[in-house]
Design a binder for this molecule. Structure first.
Ligand code: NAG
Length: 258
């Protein structure tokens, strides 16, 4: 190669790396409980007879109520809710009914959680770190999840797109939250639990969550998960973020909502 070719190649590699970095993963963080910081998506969800929601979370808050996601419709403010009522409980609401798993995910480490539902028998499953923590049938069986609602990440809606409850605001970090209109297989959940940046939700993709941010969730990029797509990772191997590191320019590059 000539020098020009070499520098062109280097430039191309840098450019591709930059594109990759632009698409690369980020984490969102809520450091105080308030009702001002969230991500909101009107009309995000079509009618659904199957649903999967997968995400990563990390929190050290042991006992407060935490709402990761709420989807309200004009008829039902609990059409879909991912709700941690306190300590080791995790609830999955579909069309106003819920099922629960018990597991300590509030230990300051990242955990991957998937919630899966199918209409016909109301089959449901809650996976934690790729293992099935709880599952069964009879969760809103025969009921279709309605469209025309509003999906909010980080707050609980007590009415459509509002009346957020301060006590239920999320605190901690979220990453790679994807919503699918089908039930994922064990294998897909497993692959996701070992993938840095899945971003494959066909109803809501994590990358697009950036577009719905309101208030001041912290925007962390690069993510605690340092790898790129498809790479084996261990998010918890990343250095623990201290408060001062969280506040530093180095880490909090965008300083909040974008
Ligand atoms: C999921 O959505 C896609 C379009 O994004 C559609 O083609 C497909 O039929 C849907 N699948 C189900 C199970 O609803």
């Amino acid at each position: 190669m000539t020098n020009i070719q070499r520098s062109l190649t280097a430039a191309t590699v840098a450019f591709i790396a930059m594109l990759h970095a632009t698409r690369a993963s980020f984490d969102l963080g809520w450091t105080t409980k308030d009702t001002e910081s969230y991500a909101i998506f009107p009309a995000a969800i079509p009618e659904l007879s199957e649903l999967s929601v997968c995400f990563w979370m990390r929190t050290t808050d042991w006992d407060s109520e935490l709402v990761v996601l709420s989807y309200a419709t004009p008829d039902n403010d609990n059409e879909i809710v991912i709700y941690l009522p306190g300590e080791d409980k995790i609830r999955f609401y579909v069309a106003g009914q819920y099922k629960e798993a018990v597991a300590n995910v509030r230990d300051g480490r990242f955990h991957q959680i998937c919630m899966i539902w199918r209409k016909q028998l109301g089959n449901w499953a809650i996976y934690i770190d790729a293992s099935r923590a709880s599952a069964g049938i009879g969760l809103s069986s025969g009921v279709t999840i309605k469209d025309d609602g509003v999906l909010v990440i980080g707050q609980e809606q007590d009415e459509l797109a509002g009346d957020f409850d301060y006590n239920q605001a999320y605190i901690g970090e979220l990453s790679d939250l994807n919503v699918f209109n089908r039930s994922l297989t064990d294998n897909e959940v497993n692959v996701m639990s070992r993938t840095c940046y899945y971003d494959g939700g066909n109803v809501l993709r994590w990358y697009d969550v950036r577009g719905g941010l309101r208030g001041n969730p912290k925007f962390y990029s690069p993510t605690a998960c340092q790898g790129f797509d498809g790479e084996m990772i261990n998010r918890n191997a990343a250095p623990v973020r201290t408060k001062s590191f969280l506040a530093s320019d180095h880490y909090n590059r965008n300083g909040g909502a974008i």
